[in-house]
Design a protein around this ligand. Structure first.
Ligand SMILES: C[S@@+](CC[C@H](N)C(=O)[O-])C[C@H]1O[C@@H](n2cnc3c(N)ncnc32)[C@H](O)[C@@H]1O
Length: 360
């Protein structure tokens, strides 16, 4: 007879806590949907327009909602205030928090463009349906992500744009808003270590050149080149500040003293990361001549407290939506070694992101 595990019966207090935790885990999506609803209604921007704090009746009027919806709005706002999206200033009065500051339409806060499109993309029907397909996907022997398996298209490539240009635009807007945020903090916290003394830099997958332009602004001596796919580069007007090169990072990375790879590698499998980094290595001189690759990407770190849950959520999101993953230090060390690098240094952990220098 198979051995039966000995069950230790939980205490009453533990069982009551377990029931509450079970509700939380089963209903977390209510927070996501309430969050999406607040963004779609434009509540952060409306509170901002009302001077930074607003009562429920003020919100109902400003948003042109039926007055009978006020008690329902109260319940949504109460949940979102408990989750830190808003704060309560007084009874039934809400104000903005750092999260809702990131959701103001058309307001760029210290280089963080509005993140509304990130919320709309992440909570879109396409993404939620892909997550609902996780169980079926596990049972099938397929190579692509649950998103590809369900929708038959790959996120962020031409196939998505062809199948549904409208949602593709939301995803790309969300990606740009996400990736362009926080770079001024990198410049402030470790700009000198990373960029002082460099004469040239290639931003590999640098998109529209936003990052490269802020580097040149802070370090005008650096000759900056942005590499991206022809379909991206062909739509960028030349600006005289940065040199734009259309190409494929799997074939050639334009040579420079340093190559920057920011929020790129987490979209790719380990095998592809090794190929990309090997091309980056070919583009730079020896370590003695100052050659290095700067990698800025998510660094999963169990000691990062509440940040760690976010790191794990974006890891599973990568698994559901793409073929990429988030990596801990040993994962990063392994792909750096496999790509032929001799060492690396973690210059700083900024939020969930690690800033690495990787040496040839
Ligand atoms: C996640 S974004 C990069 C974000 C950017 N480094 C930033 O921090 O703002 C991905 C970019 O990689 C580009 N890309 C994808 N495949 C590429 C390839 N094979 N060669 C060059 N660029 C590529 C895409 O066009 C897109 O602009």
């Amino acid at each position: 007879m198979a051995a039966q595990a000995q069950l230790t019966v939980p205490t009453d207090a533990e069982l009551l806590q377990a029931q509450a935790d079970l509700w939380r885990h089963s209903l977390y999506y209510m927070t996501s949907m309430a969050f999406q609803c607040a963004v779609k209604l434009g509540i952060p921007t409306t509170i901002h327009g009302l001077g930074g704090a607003a009562s429920l009746p003020q919100l109902v009027t400003a948003l042109s909602l039926p007055p009978a919806k006020l008690p329902y709005l109260r319940r949504i706002m109460r949940l979102l205030a408990t989750s830190g999206v808003f704060a309560t200033a007084d009874v039934d009065v809400y104000r903005l928090t750092p999260i809702s500051f990131l959701l103001l339409d058309g307001v760029d806060i210290d280089g963080h463009p509005s993140q509304t499109s990130v919320v709309l993309a992440a909570t879109s029907r396409h993404c939620v349906e892909a997550a609902l397909g996780l169980t079926d996907w596990f049972k099938k022997d397929v190579a692509g992500s649950p998103f590809e398996d369900l929708h038959g298209v790959t996120l962020f490539d031409g196939s998505m744009a062809e199948a549904d240009p409208e949602i593709d635009a939301v995803f790309n807007e969300g990606l740009a808003a996400h990736d362009n945020s926080g770079f001024l903090a990198v410049l402030r916290e470790c700009g000198d270590t990373l960029f002082q003394g460099l004469d040239s830099l290639t931003d590999c997958c640098g998109g529209d050149g936003t990052t490269a332009r802020s580097i040149v602004e802070a370090f005008p001596q650096i000759k900056c080149t942005v590499l991206d796919l022809p379909r991206v580069i062909d739509n960028i007007p030349t600006d005289g500040v940065v040199n734009y090169v259309a190409g494929d990072m799997f074939k050639l990375v334009p040579p420079a003293q340093a190559v920057l790879v920011k929020l790129v590698l987490h979209h790719w499998s380990d095998e592809d990361c090794v190929k990309i980094l090997a091309q980056c290595k070919k583009a730079i001189p020896s370590r003695e001549e100052g050659g290095k690759v700067i990698v800025i990407d998510i660094l999963v770190d169990p000691s990062s407290g509440p940040m760690h849950e976010a790191e794990l959520l974006v890891d599973v999101a990568m698994m559901v939506f793409t073929n990429g993953r988030q990596r801990d230090e040993s994962d990063w060390g392994e792909i750096f070694t496999k790509a032929g690098f001799t060492g690396y240094n973690i210059v700083k952990k900024l939020g969930a992101r690690g800033v690495f220098e990787v040496y040839p």
